[in-house]
Design a protein around this ligand. Structure first.
Ligand code: PEP
Ligand code: MG
Length: 571
């Protein structure tokens, strides 16, 4: 049923099955670790009995918060470490502590005094603007942690745990997801979130099975064992051992089938469809580079700089790109220039608040206003390409018009890079693809944003998951229009949105005429198997069946009903 018809369940029964949306494939089994929500001070906290004691308690709370953040920083990688250390410094700020202590000495309860002091600083930071205004979320995080410390309740955020577990939360911020330890997080489950939220994308990227939109997720008691299926979206509470064993057996069956497939992507009759990886940084590149795939179809460069305070220099960028390119040898690497703004804000590429950021100056529009950022990036990409001899192709996000495409291509060539492309993720570009692609060398369909803009449904809004379904007939029509345009222009068109990693939808995309599919690396084997069991004509028939359907559900069902049984057996 659509999200709005599902009832919110709050009680748990052993073996109870709940339905969410699977966004990162694979199954997981383990104890629940609940991510604690932000802590607020009690409504009418009494005045402290002993003001000096309370002032000392407040000092200890801030010191504990700083120490905990520093300790956490020891266990994470570069970018996450920098964020945590900077936040720890805020917790050590003398004037913040003084303001909170002045509160308790004036008779305010300690948690309330901490919270009020933090809000006072929030106002000051916001008035200062720029760098300071961007620290507000971190400052509030420090405040919430200090309030928790004063009250003696668990700190907000992901708690520390030592055995492989399922991390359960209302939702996870991209930075929170990025700092999770792959070795300890067996699975991720959220109550909110959507198919193309960046939490979902990061989870798939990290190869962690994940389910979003799970009713009652935050009420699952910590320590309860749950079984998570990142393909079907099913979560079973306290599953009986037979189910755990069954899931294990299915994991093995699927793994065996997938392990039996290798090499370049091609249909049963030999049509070549390049199978590529979506990556977001050096760690992803090393993992994907070691896999049997044909290169990178989308390097989301903004993910590298999510926590950067200032624009990275050309030298810094060159070093990162060199490390990203190296694992791929001579394989192709499609790099997307910074897609900053809206759901992926960057501190150094922020043009200020906007009423509708998703419709604002994001992606290439931001590059047009800050061309020095684009030029520095292109210069670094060209340098890294020269150093490694990598086959680098550069594309722009959020292109809507021919002029934008031509402007971008010129800058790419001027920087000595041989190939320029565009994301087709705005309906305008999809409808006019023959002209837009005529101005560049290749295109790549960003079906996440294309669905968002076609359906007028915010991809960050988990409640709209049904509208954001890439099987929506209108989205399929939009993709078909873009594919027709690509054919007319004689330019290759791939797909790098999440839809490319769905084995059934991948067949439809091939039937519509795309020539490459780029996805989280863990999704490649199943898509390769799907291709080997269908001819190009099969794919065209499946695409026609999908487009004949009246609804997204009917489109998927129609394709499922006609797909090869060898594929259905492993889904
Ligand atoms: C897309 O929009 O489909 C896409 C691939 O880009 P992103 O998800 O990073 O916006
Ligand atoms: Mg996009």
């Amino acid at each position: 049923p659509p999200t709005w018809m599902r009832s919110e369940m709050t009680t748990q029964h052993a073996g109870e099955v709940r339905q969410g949306i699977g966004v990162s494939p694979g199954t997981a089994y383990g104890p629940v670790v609940q991510v604690a929500p932000p802590v607020q001070p009690p409504q009418d906290e009494p005045a402290p009995a002993d003001a000096e004691q309370a002032a000392a308690d407040v000092a200890r709370a801030f010191a504990d918060v700083a120490a905990a953040l520093d300790a956490k920083a020891e266990h994470v990688v570069d970018t996450a470490q920098a964020i945590l250390k900077a936040t720890a410094m805020m917790a050590r700020d003398k004037s913040l502590l003084k303001a909170a202590q002045a509160g308790v000495r004036a008779g305010v309860g300690p948690a309330t005094a901490v919270s009020a002091a933090v809000e006072e600083f929030v106002v000051k930071f916001e008035a200062l603007g720029g760098y300071f205004a961007e620290r507000v979320a971190d400052l509030r995080d420090v405040g919430s942690r200090a309030v928790a410390a004063v009250l003696g309740v668990p700190a907000p955020g992901v708690p520390d745990f030592t055995v492989p577990s399922i991390v359960v939360a209302e939702d996870l911020a991209p930075a929170e997801t990025a700092t999770l330890d792959r070795a300890l997080v067996a699975g991720i489950v959220t109550r909110a979130g959507g198919r193309t939220s960046h939490t979902a994308i990061l989870a798939a990227q990290m190869g962690i099975p994940a389910v979003v939109q799970l009713p009652g997720a935050t009420q699952l008691p910590p320590g309860t064992f749950i079984a998570v299926d990142g393909d079907t979206g099913e979560v079973v509470v306290a599953p009986d051992p037979a189910l755990v064993a069954e899931q294990q057996a299915r994991r093995e069956r699927r793994a065996a089938a997938l392990a039996g497939s290798s090499g370049p992507g091609r249909t049963k009759d030999g049509l070549e469809i390049a199978l590529l990886a979506n990556i977001g940084g050096v760690e992803d590149a090393v993992l994907a580079g070691a896999q049997d795939l044909e290169g990178v179809g989308l390097f989301r460069t903004e993910f590298v700089f999510l926590s950067a305070e200032t624009a990275p220099t050309v030298a810094e960028q060159t070093e990162v790109y060199r490390r990203v390119f190296e694992p791929f040898g001579g394989r192709r690497i499609v790099v997307r220039t910074l897609d900053a703004g809206a759901d992926k804000p960057l501190r150094f590429a922020d043009l200020g608040p906007e009423e509708n950021p998703a419709l604002g100056r994001r992606g290439l529009r931001l590059s047009a206003e800050r061309p020095e950022l684009l030029d520095a990036q292109l210069e670094a990409l060209a340098a890294a390409a020269r150093q490694t001899g990598a086959d680098v192709r550069v594309m722009a996000p959020m292109v809507a018009t021919v002029e934008e495409a031509a402007w971008f291509a010129r800058r790419v060539y001027e920087n000595g890079l041989p190939r320029a492309g565009v994301m087709i993720e705005v309906p305008a570009a999809a409808l006019r693809a023959s002209h837009v692609l005529g101005a560049v060398d290749f295109g790549s369909l960003g079906t996440n944003d294309l669905a968002q803009y076609t359906m007028a449904a915010d991809r960050m809004q988990g409640e709209l998951a049904d509208l954001l379904d890439p099987w929506q007939p209108a989205v399929l029509d939009m993709i078909a229009a873009a594919a027709d345009g690509g054919r007319t222009a004689g330019k290759p068109l791939g797909v790098c949105g999440e839809s490319a990693g769905d084995p059934l939808l991948a067949l439809v995309l091939v039937g519509l005429g795309v020539s490459s599919l780029s996805m989280a690396p863990g999704k490649v084997p199943a898509v390769r198997v799907a291709l080997t069991h269908h001819t190009q004509l099969d794919c065209q028939r499946l695409a026609a069946a999908a487009r004949d359907a009246a609804t997204a559900v009917e489109a998927r069902d129609a394709v499922r009903a006609s797909a090869a049984p060898e594929l259905l057996a492993i889904l």
